[in-house]
Design a protein around this ligand. Sequence first.
Ligand SMILES: CC(C)(COP(=O)(O)OP(=O)(O)OC[C@H]1O[C@@H](n2cnc3c(N)ncnc32)[C@H](O)[C@@H]1OP(=O)(O)O)[C@@H](O)C(=O)NCCC(=O)NCCS
Length: 155
Amino acid sequence: MYDLRDVRESDADGLADVLSEIFKAGKRLTAGSKDFVQQRYIHDPQRIRCTVAVDPEGRILGFQSLKEAEKDNLYGTPAGWGVIGTHIRPSAARMGIGRKLFACSLEAARAHGLPAIDATIGKDNAEGLAYYEAMGFRAYRHAPGEISKVFRLDA
Ligand SMILES: CC(C)(COP(=O)(O)OP(=O)(O)OC[C@H]1O[C@@H](n2cnc3c(N)ncnc32)[C@H](O)[C@@H]1OP(=O)(O)O)[C@@H](O)C(=O)NCCC(=O)NCCS
């Protein structure tokens, strides 16, 4: 059982712990830290919505971040598109959390008038690729080691 809500300032440790659990499971290259998640997910001025899934004890099980790509961003994502990232504890995976989080992000993307959302995934990350494909994203760009998928809202 879990609830979904917008991220709060007090969630920094919980978000970092989610990233660390994913790191320990060998599913990401870096562990999380409080500073990193504050900058990247809580205080980023490009943030549109960051939704967290919380269990009845208040433990964060996972989160999804939706931001707006800036002009000339480092990743070559078209300016004005959304950029999405999803991070679920391996111990809470495949329970439908990712699917519910995407419903929240999609609602925010529509409200914001985004034309499209980019998800960039490691090419060897089979579960990440399968997840975004299941949410309706389709590959549109390849870079060394990465595949970018797009969800179009303007089609
Ligand atoms: C990938 C990830 C976001 C999926 O989240 P989740 O909460 O487990 O996903 P859900 O349970 O909502 O699954 C939704 C659908 O995605 C697909 N899917 C999810 N995990 C999958 C897996 N391991 N293998 C195949 N398909 C998968 C399925 O179609 C699934 O629907 P179904 O369960 O009805 O078959 C999560 O496992 C995760 O955070 N992994 C580590 C970090 C990561 O890789 N992030 C994404 C890329 S940056």
